[in-house]
Design a protein around this ligand. Structure first.
Ligand SMILES: [Fe+2]
Ligand SMILES: [Fe+2]
Length: 160
């Protein structure tokens, strides 16, 4: 599966755009699962927390794989070299991978701490922290989509 997702067949800027969008579509179902869990009303006996922990663990595995594909692929290895004016944006986005993985861990640790019995306000705080994580993740992927699209337009002579 890792092999299929390696973006090694990306040869043209159009390929990079379509591969990036496809790759992001593939990870968004894991995000949607966490989102669905966050929409449920948390109970106080730990069932919701256990479900959230399971979804976060899938999210962490999926994001780890996705970030590895990007960090070794054209979006971060070739695009900034070819288009130096996008290099700073690309470097900032690449650096965000570590922060996102650390936040997934933080939310999961918080959930583990509430796995026994928790007060409603603690569960609400956990839910809010997880919502913020998903928003950051979605904004990150959207900015990457924009980056590859703008680089593509530059290459075909639109918008430069
Ligand atoms: Fe990324
Ligand atoms: Fe991405």
């Amino acid at each position: 599966m890792e092999k299929e997702r390696s973006q090694e067949n990306v040869e043209t800027p159009e390929d990079l755009v379509s591969e990036t969008l496809k790759e992001h579509d593939q990870c968004m179902w894991v995000v949607a699962e966490v989102e669905a869990c966050l929409e449920k009303r948390p109970d106080r006996d730990g069932v919701w927390v256990s479900e959230l922990l399971e979804k976060l663990s899938r999210l962490e595995a999926a994001m780890r794989g996705h970030f590895r594909v990007e960090e070794t692929g054209p979006i971060y290895r070739q695009l900034p070299v070819k288009h130096p004016r996008f290099a700073e944006r690309a470097a900032a986005l690449e650096a965000e991978h570590k922060q996102i993985l650390a936040t997934i861990r933080e939310v999961a640790d918080k959930a583990t701490g509430l796995a026994g019995e928790a007060e409603p306000y603690e569960l609400r705080e956990l839910n809010a922290h997880a919502q913020l994580l998903l928003a950051t993740l979605q904004r990150h992927e959207a900015e990457e989509n924009e980056l590859v699209l703008e680089a593509n337009w530059t290459e075909v002579g639109v918008g430069d």
